[in-house]
Design a protein around this ligand. Structure first.
Ligand code: BJW
Ligand code: ZN
Length: 246
C-alpha cells in the first residue's frame, strides 16, 4: 500500500459523513472513454465541447444523436469496476456516504450505490428538447440517424444529460452543495476539475473544514486544495483505501 493511501486511510478512520465526487476517470477502467477521450476514430474531427451543447444539437441533430448512440453502446457494454464496487460497499461502513457523480453512464447505480446524485443526468434517458415533460429510459441501442420526435409535442428528443450552458437540476446541485458543506471527508475521484459548478464542490468542502482526498493518476488543479493527494487509478486505489481495517 502506498504511503498516500495509508495516510488517507487514517483520515477516513472515524469519519462519519463522507462525500465522494466522481468524474469520468472512475469509469476509465470499465472501458468508458473519458469525455475528452471520446475523440477517437470517426469522432476525432469533432470537438466534444461543440457536440455537448444545445446549439450543436440544433445545428446538426443527426450528428449529435449519432455521437450519443455510439456512446450509449459503449456504456451498455461496460461493467462497473472495482472502484465503483468499493464505493457501493463503503455505504455500509460510514454513518453516511453519498456519491456525487458527474458521470452520465449509470455505473455507480449498477455497482449498487444507492445514495447517489447524478449531477449531469444519465445518457440512458431521453427527454424532450422543448422540455414539455416527456422523459423515457432509452433502450441502449437507439438507432442513429435523425433523433426521434417527442410523442407528446412533436419536438426533437435529446439525451437526458446536462450540456454546456445549461443549468444543473437545482435540487441535485443544492443537495450536492449541502453534502460538501457538511461532510467530514470529501473523496474526489477521477475528475479533471475543469467543469463548473461541480468543480467548485471540493473547495466548498475544504472551506467548511473537511479533509479532501484526491485520487487521480495525473495532476489536476484540485490537488492544490487536497489534504491528501493519491496518484493512481481509481480501480486500484479505492479498494485498499476504503476497505475497513479489522
Ligand atoms: C483517472 C483514470 C483512472 C483517467 N482513475 N482517474 C465558472 C467558471 C468558468 C466556466 C463556468 C463557470 N461556471 C459555469 C461555467 C460554464 C461551464 C464550464 O464549466 N465550462 C468549463 C469548461 C470552463 N459549465 C456549464 O456550462 C454548466 N452549467 C452551468 O454552469 O449553468 C449555469 C450557467 C449557464 C449559462 C452560463 C453560465 C452558467 C454545465 C456543465 C455540464 C457539463 N456537461 C458534460 C457533458 C455531459 C453529457 C455528456 O457526457 O455528453 O459533463 S461536459 C463533461 O465534463 C461531462 C463531465 O461530467 C464533465 C466533467 O468531466 P470529468 O468527469 O472531470 O472528465 P475529464 O475527462 O475532464 O477528466 C477525467 C479525469 O480522470 C482526468 O483528470 C484523468 O487524469 C482522470 N483519469 N483515468 C482515476 N483510471
Ligand atoms: Zn415534447
Amino acid at each position: 500500500m502506498s504511503d498516500a493511501i495509508a495516510i488517507a486511510r487514517r483520515r477516513l478512520t472515524g469519519a462519519r459523513r463522507v462525500a465522494v465526487l466522481t468524474g469520468a476517470g472512475i469509469s476509465a477502467e470499465s472501458g468508458v472513454p473519458t469525455f475528452r477521450d471520446t475523440q477517437t476514430g470517426l469522432w476525432a474531427q469533432f470537438d466534444p465541447m461543440q457536440l455537448a451543447t444545445e446549439e450543436g444539437f440544433r445545428a446538426d441533430p443527426s450528428l449529435v444523436w449519432r455521437w450519443y448512440a455510439w456512446r450509449r453502446t459503449l456504456v451498455d457494454q461496460a461493467q462497473p469496476n472495482a472502484g465503483h464496487r468499493a464505493l457501493a460497499a463503503a455505504e455500509a461502513r460510514f454513518e453516511r456516504l453519498r456519491v456525487i457523480t458527474q458521470n452520465v453512464d449509470g455505473l455507480h447505480a449498477r455497482a449498487g450505490s444507492t445514495n447517489l446524485i447524478e449531477l449531469h443526468g444519465n445518457i440512458m434517458r431521453t427527454i424532450c428538447l422543448e422540455r414539455c415533460g416527456f422523459s423515457q429510459d432509452s433502450p441502449a441501442r437507439l438507432a442513429p440517424g435523425e433523433p426521434p420526435r417527442c410523442p407528446r409535442c412533436g419536438a426533437w428528443v435529446r439525451p437526458g444529460v446536462v450540456w454546456f450552458g445549461e443549468m444543473l437540476d437545482p435540487a441535485a446541485l443544492d443537495d450536492a452543495a449541502a453534502e460538501a458543506q457538511s461532510c467530514d471527508v470529501m473523496l474526489v475521484v477521477g475528475t479533471s476539475g475543469l467543469v463548473y459548478p461541480a468543480a467548485g464542490l471540493p473547495a466548498g468542502a475544504r472551506r467548511a473544514g473537511a479533509v479532501v482526498i484526491t485520487v487521480n493518476p495525473e495532476p489536476t488543479d484540485l490537488d492544490e486544495l487536497a489534504t491528501v493527494c493519491i496518484r493512481g487509478k481509481a480501480a486500484e486505489v479505492l479498494p485498499p483505501l476504503l476497505e475497513a481495517a479489522y
